[in-house]
Design a protein around this ligand. Structure first.
Ligand SMILES: *[C@@H]1O[C@H](CO)[C@@H](O)[C@H](O)[C@H]1NC(C)=O
Ligand SMILES: *[C@@H]1O[C@H](CO)[C@@H](O)[C@H](O)[C@H]1NC(C)=O
Ligand SMILES: *[C@@H]1O[C@H](CO)[C@@H](O)[C@H](O)[C@H]1NC(C)=O
Ligand SMILES: *[C@@H]1O[C@H](CO)[C@@H](O)[C@H](O)[C@H]1NC(C)=O
Ligand SMILES: *[C@@H]1O[C@H](CO)[C@@H](O)[C@H](O)[C@H]1NC(C)=O
Ligand SMILES: *[C@@H]1O[C@H](CO)[C@@H](O)[C@H](O)[C@H]1NC(C)=O
Ligand SMILES: *[C@@H]1O[C@H](CO)[C@@H](O)[C@H](O)[C@H]1NC(C)=O
Length: 311
């Protein structure tokens, strides 16, 4: 696979709905033009290309930065909206590169937006105010791995304009082994803690979640065949889930006491088609599996595979 620098196809996919994450921090109130987590609209659940998700953590607990020294906050502004607002979570994977969801970097037609309209804060467990976003890291490049053609492929990369010193943040390693159902995983992000209140969490939250391989996984995402393809499926039986703003954030497991990245928060929705709330009770969520992309990530960044692999 190659990174798509140029978008080749116009909107042939039909997005049922795009959710944005309104911002109430910093000066001025505005909506992000992006869906910070792709929501699966339950009424269109069976159409894979209608997935739209932006996630945040429901019923999570504050995360200690020592466990997530790689966590990143992604801010965006668009041409008509000059101020930045929080859009997505991400992870530092080298001193220059941030791993996030592809949909955090594109418009509603899945076209990449301008790198100059992003700012990235790294190594902080408190949310940076939108008003301070301009002082954070600038971005020189963004890309994804065929997301325009296939919305299932929801992994993306951001290259920062200058390297992050190791005292500021430590890059995470990537998990490349098979993803088994019993793998113990947590997710983390700055997303909403209540779908009814569209404000991101002021602190990084994390929660344990449970990998699923039930019939619901292919039922709600026909492209899903197993947890060792591009998507990891997670079903929520304990009201723990991501929500808007968690998109792009890490699903992690511990290796030798350190969190390594297994997946990227991508999309989700309520399994009850009569319930609009895509966060918390009775939802199903999907994550981009990083092991699927690790070779492409190595090629794109020019960083040897072994530098990324958790041992
Ligand atoms: C952008 O931010 C400035 C300074 O914080 C504020 O005065 C202005 O109203 C904001 N603009 C919008 C469109 O929110
Ligand atoms: C910019 O963001 C504002 C606020 O979300 C939105 O109304 C507007 O359509 C966006 N413009 C573009 C060009 O995306
Ligand atoms: C985070 O963890 C470190 C190391 O375990 C500990 O020293 C520190 O007090 C913790 N901070 C918080 C806010 O819990
Ligand atoms: C699918 O989800 C429904 C609703 O949460 C649940 O009742 C059912 O047990 C799930 N199916 C499987 C095979 O786990
Ligand atoms: C998207 O990718 C998935 C996983 O590789 C595949 O199953 C599906 O057929 C693809 N969809 C399209 C429209 O190419
Ligand atoms: C889901 O889609 C249906 C039909 O397009 C629409 O009526 C409904 O408002 C959507 N739900 C949400 C939460 O956007
Ligand atoms: C890859 O890892 C090696 C050995 O730790 C290191 O010397 C090298 O700088 C790393 N390369 C990059 C591009 O980070």
């Amino acid at each position: 696979m190659i990174i798509k620098y140029i978008v080749l196809i116009l909107a042939i996919f039909n997005f049922a709905n795009v959710y944005s994450l309104p911002n109430n921090r910093g000066k001025g109130k505005q909506d992000s033009p992006f869906d910070t987590i792709r929501m699966i609209n339950s009424s269109t659940f069976s159409e894979p290309d209608s997935l739209e998700l932006t996630e945040r953590i429901i019923n999570g607990k504050p995360a200690n930065i020592t466990q997530f020294p790689f966590i990143a906050q992604i801010f965006y502004r668009n041409a008509s909206f000059i101020n930045f607002s929080f859009r997505c979570t991400g992870s530092l994977i080298s001193d220059l590169w941030i791993l996030t969801a592809a949909h955090c970097l594109t418009d509603v037609n899945r076209n990449l937006v301008s790198p100059g309209d992003f700012r990235v804060a790294v190594g902080k467990d408190e949310l940076v105010a939108n008003a301070d976003a301009n002082d954070q890291y600038r971005v020189s490049f963004i890309g994804n791995f065929g997301y325009k053609e296939n919305a299932t492929l929801d992994a993306g990369l951001i290259k920062l304009a200058k390297p992050v010193p190791s005292i500021v943040a430590t890059p995470a390693k990537l998990y490349t082994s098979p993803v088994k159902k019993r793998l113990r995983v947590n997710i983390a992000g700055f997303g909403l803690t209540d779908y009814a209140k569209p404000t991101p969490s002021n602190v990084l939250l994390q929660t344990r979640v449970y990998i699923s391989q039930s019939a619901n996984c292919s039922g709600f995402s026909p492209g899903w065949k197993s947890n060792n393809g591009p998507q990891i499926c997670q079903e929520n039986y304990k009201d723990l889930s991501p929500c808007k703003g968690d998109s792009g954030g890490p699903m992690v497991t511990k290796i030798k006491g350190k969190n390594v990245i297994v997946g990227i928060t991508s999309s989700g929705g309520n399994k009850d088609k009569n319930v609009d709330n895509p966060c918390g009770h009775n939802v199903i969520d999907y994550y981009a599996r990083v092991g699927y992309y690790v070779n492409s990530i190595s090629k794109t960044t020019g960083i040897p595979l072994k530098n990324f692999t958790a041992t």
